[in-house]
Design a protein around this ligand. Structure first.
Ligand code: NDP
Ligand code: 2IT
Length: 445
């Protein structure tokens, strides 16, 4: 593999697909050595077969709002790679969604799912629909319309979606309900389901919990813990909520949350009722984090700013891709931050990652650090297949073990001669090898 040649071919073929090209470059740069050391990968041309999705479905999603106006959005499902298991990955509803962002997410998902040790391939889907300000009835109509087209491509052994930005338990309910009606069967075709109809305990908090478990493992390599540490979290959605809960439980103080409108700073630490309020605010589809500052005393709101300007020990970006740039990374490192664990997918720009790694920070990339969400989806699929439900403790213990295992895989494949652990390389190489070897076993497909 020649990275420059590969990337320039892809840039020509997929012009303007910025996020997709960014995600591919990060992976191929870090697996180049492992790839070129194995003549079997080269002769089977694994890399050219891996960077293109198996297929992409694009469809129209017409729906009617509460005033009777008819709207049309675009829906996509990217089925990327199913070498090690059925396509698996979330559905995102956000105005920024396009083919490039879904290809980036689906590509990342291949390696993330491989790292979980569970049998799941990679996929992603979504729509450019904006849930902001939409009523529950509008959400239902949109989700039903989305599924009218998508359902025929799904199946418990074929393709199993879940939530992502803008898609939580309520939306999964609407989509699953329509799938069930059309397919005429009640199967584990979605994860993140409600507890009464096949969902798993711990799935809602799993991504955030996993991100903190991963940070805990990284800190342990330097004899550190979360106890007494100050933490900046971004976003105020599902992943942020889980991260704040677990970080607080492990003795850290979370001082920020953020939204597209700015960030809030709470010198006392976000705990107790403030954590519950995150759910309330998120469910209101308001799109802003500011209301925290008038709901609770002593919380400051900083309009148009990002939390990374604060002096913290640990940063947990949990909102959206490319939300932490080089300037933010410099602020964090200059202010003594020692650890960054990504709850979101690709929240740090490549320039930011370079700054973290050069400064010797513990930096856990999303495909390792946020794999707890999809890992627990895998555990939900297992429970559905067995027609059994595990206890909260059982699921949490398994999640914790999986995060420790992912950390160990990163250490194995990412430790440099000077002892620094390059978690990006470790995660990419470990995730890649399993998928590539499965592809070799099956011939050219
Ligand atoms: P949610 O929709 O629940 O939350 C996303 C949060 O980020 C919202 O609070 C959103 O606010 C906020 N946000 C959006 N844009 C910005 C911005 N520019 N600056 C600051 N905040 C912003 O999604 P999730 O919590 O599920 O997902 C968050 C991230 O975690 C995504 O990158 C997702 O891919 C990733 N992830 C999610 C997993 C899951 O299981 N849900 C698993 C693994 C990763 P608003 O909606 O008001 O715009
Ligand atoms: O990015 C992700 O890993 C998710 N949104 C979760 C995917 C899943 O299938 O649980």
């Amino acid at each position: 593999m020649n990275v420059d040649r590969l990337m320039s071919d892809l840039e020509k073929k997929h012009q303007g697909e910025v996020e997709y090209l960014q995600a591919v470059r990060e992976v191929v740069e870090s697996i180049e050595e492992a790839y070129n050391d194995n003549p079997q990968y080269i002769s089977a041309n694994i890399i050219d077969r891996l960077v293109e999705p198996d297929r992409v479905f694009t469809f129209k999603v017409p729906w009617v709002d509460d005033e009777g106006n008819v709207h049309v959005n675009i829906g996509w499902r990217v089925q990327y790679n199913n070498a090690i298991g059925p396509y698996k990955g979330g559905i995102r509803f956000h105005p920024s969604v396009n083919l490039s962002s879904l290809k980036f997410l689906g590509f990342e998902q291949i390696f993330k799912n491989s790292l979980t040790t569970l049998p799941m391939g990679g996929g992603k889907g979504g729509s450019d629909f904006n849930p902001k300000g939409r009523s529950a009835n509008e959400m239902m109509r949109f989700c039903h319309s989305f599924m009218l087209e998508l359902w025929k491509h799904l199946g418990p052994e074929t393709d199993v979606p879940a939530g992502d930005i803008g898609v939580g338990a309520r939306e999964v309910g609407f989509m699953y309900g329509m799938y069930k009606k059309l397919a005429g069967e009640h199967t584990g075709v979605f994860t993140g389901k409600g507890l009464n109809w096949g969902g798993s305990l711990i799935r809602p908090e799993a991504t955030g919990f996993g991100t903190v478990y991963f940070a805990k493992e990284m800190l342990a390599t330097r004899g550190e813990t979360l106890e007494g540490k100050t933490v900046a979290v971004s976003g105020f959605g599902n992943v942020s909520w889980g991260a704040v809960r677990k970080a607080t439980e492990l003795g850290a103080k979370v001082v920020t949350l953020s939204g597209p409108d700015g960030y809030i700073y709470d010198p006392e630490g976000i705990s107790g009722k403030k954590i519950d309020y995150m759910l309330e605010l998120r469910a209101s589809n308001q799109d802003i984090v500011k209301p925290f500052s008038y709901e609770f005393e002593g919380i400051e709101f900083h309009e148009g700013k990002r939390p990374w300007e604060r002096k913290v020990d640990i940063a947990l970006p949990c909102a959206i891709q490319n939300e932490l740039n080089a300037e933010d990374a410099k602020n964090l490192t200059d202010n003594g931050c020692i650890c960054v664990s990504e709850g979101a997918n690709m929240p740090c720009t490549p320039e930011a990652v370079e700054i973290f790694q050069k400064a010797g920070l513990l930096y856990g990339p999303g495909k390792a650090a946020n794999a707890g969400g999809v890992a627990t989806s895998g555990l939900e699929m297992t429970q559905n297949s067995m027609k059994l439900a595990w206890s909260r403790e059982e699921v949490d213990t398994k999640l914790h073990d999986i995060m420790c295992n992912i950390h160990a895989q990163c250490v194995k494949h990412g430790t440099r001669d000077d002892g620094y652990i390059d978690y990006v390389k470790g995660a990419n190489v470990a995730g890649f090898i399993k998928v590539a070897n499965a592809m070799l076993d099956m011939g050219v497909l």
